[in-house]
Design a protein around this ligand. Structure first.
Ligand code: PEP
Length: 224
């Protein structure tokens, strides 16, 4: 079975990168591209996801985007609760759940990001932290995806061991048998083959390496 690659450009990229993606990855069915809002297109060439959405339907929220606006752009997926949003924009588990519910209500698949900090990892609290995040962020309705992203692995070049990722994904699979489960955190063209092959990992969420089209092409090869 093909595994998913979700490319999170964060606040990076350009029209040029978008064109490179269109040329290199036209009609690839297991690649979801999450560029900044301004680059989301109604395009049959790529599957688009957003990096964020507001939980409210409309109103006085300068700078925000609603789910209906994403629907108008034919966006099919949306990251919610990325650790950068939690840390920099103070998003709580409650807000993350509201965003996920708003997405499901608009037929957009929310990709809910959960993960422990370095301090929690070092204190052996990973399972406890993830269980709490899951309980507090998950909508009652099914249809969401989960991305396990240890905060200490994002953008650092460090990853958990294969056994650690495997143990977390086994725990997640037991709780969510029919949910798509991604791993994210310093995935690149060198380590993707190993991580993608871990049982219960249905795909990877790739940040920094997704800005390099050649690296994404290699990661995609390992995902088939
Ligand atoms: C991310 O942004 O979700 C991410 C996993 O980043 P990176 O691959 O750069 O660690």
């Amino acid at each position: 079975m093909q595994k998913w690659i979700v490319a999170n450009w964060k606040m990076n990229g350009s029209k040029n990168l978008l064109n490179e993606y269109k040329n290199a990855f036209k009609s690839i069915e297991n690649l979801i591209v999450c560029p900044p809002f301004i680059y989301l297109e109604e395009s049959a060439d790529l599957i688009f996801g957003a990096q964020n959405v507001n939980q409210l339907a409309k109103g006085a929220c300068t700078g925000e985007i609603s789910v209906q606006m994403l629907v108008e752009r034919e966006v099919k997926y949306c990251l919610v609760g990325h650790s950068e949003r939690r840390q920099q924009f103070h998003e709580t588990n409650n807000i993350v759940r509201s965003k996920a519910e708003a997405c499901l209500g608009a037929n957009i698949t929310p990709i809910i990001c959960i993960g422990e900090t370095l301090e929690q990892y070092e204190a052996n609290q990973t399972t406890e932290v993830l269980e709490r995040q899951l309980a507090e962020c998950s909508p009652s309705e099914s249809g969401f995806w989960i991305a396990y992203e240890p905060v200490w692995a994002i953008g650092t070049g460090k990853t958990p061991t294969t056994d650690e990722i495997s143990a977390v994904h086994f725990m997640l699979r037991k709780k969510l048998p029919n949910t798509t489960l991604l791993y994210g955190g310093s995935v690149n063209d060198d380590n993707a083959a190993t991580i993608i092959a871990i049982p219960n990992v249905d795909g990877v969420l790739v940040g920094g390496a997704s800005l390099d089209v050649a690296a994404v092409a290699v990661i995609l090869k390992h995902a088939r």
